[in-house]
Write a protein that binds this ligand. Sequence first.
Ligand SMILES: Nc1ncnc2c1ncn2[C@@H]1O[C@H](COP(=O)(O)OP(=O)(O)O)[C@@H](O)[C@H]1O
Ligand SMILES: O=c1ccn([C@@H]2O[C@H](COP(=O)(O)O)[C@@H](O)[C@H]2O)c(=O)[nH]1
Length: 207
Amino acid sequence: MREQAVIIGIAGGSASGKTSIAHQLYDCFQGHHKVKIMKQDDYYKDQSHMVFEERTKTNYDHPFAFDTDLLVEHLKKLKNKETILKPTYDYTLHTRSHITETIEGRDVIILEGIFVLAEKAVRDMCDILVYVDTDSDIRFIRRLRRDIEERGRSLDSVCKQYLETVRPMHEQFIEPSKKYAHIIVPEGGSNIVAVDLLITKIKSIVD
Ligand SMILES: Nc1ncnc2c1ncn2[C@@H]1O[C@H](COP(=O)(O)OP(=O)(O)O)[C@@H](O)[C@H]1O
Ligand SMILES: O=c1ccn([C@@H]2O[C@H](COP(=O)(O)O)[C@@H](O)[C@H]2O)c(=O)[nH]1
């Protein structure tokens, strides 16, 4: 087993299927290796000093919304299989939760998030870079359903946020970051062939 962890970065638009692919990779490796899924979203800046109303106005699809310095610091430690204390994020409150997770050294780190490819310091930490490429209408439908069912949003708030920030920021930052990918996966987690190829490649590095 390698002394350093292998870090797989998975980027793509909101609701493109990053989490689904991350879980498929996790399920494949976890019996044989120590694996951890890391969400870039856990590194959204803490906004507990702001009232809830103010937090709803934050642009969550701009790089400034993230504490990327902390994420990179943690990735460096994880690369060396050191322990970190990871923050966790609460989408319903739009801020960090009080829970901190201790993560001990792992062989494989699967990092997923909208800016994993767009942020140079983050992508430089990854051994394999994946972009999940799913059409925007499909992503919008999935996001609408998910944000209402799981993130405590209303129909109007999802539509407003999508038009005002999610869509323009996707076009400005996320879509252009596709050029940094080693592998582009169309159709997200339902693309079994692409996920199988990815698993084969990761196995060749890890084993
Ligand atoms: N291939 C798929 N077909 C249908 N629904 C999907 C598919 N992949 C993901 N979803 C759903 O879409 C939503 C967003 O998927 P997710 O993997 O969490 O995307 P991301 O992590 O990119 O935001 C979730 O509710 C998930 O269940
Ligand atoms: O407080 C928050 C924090 C984030 N968001 C939205 O989440 C997505 C990123 O998560 P995915 O799982 O990749 O969809 C991002 O587009 C933000 O708009 C939020 O709404 N509120």
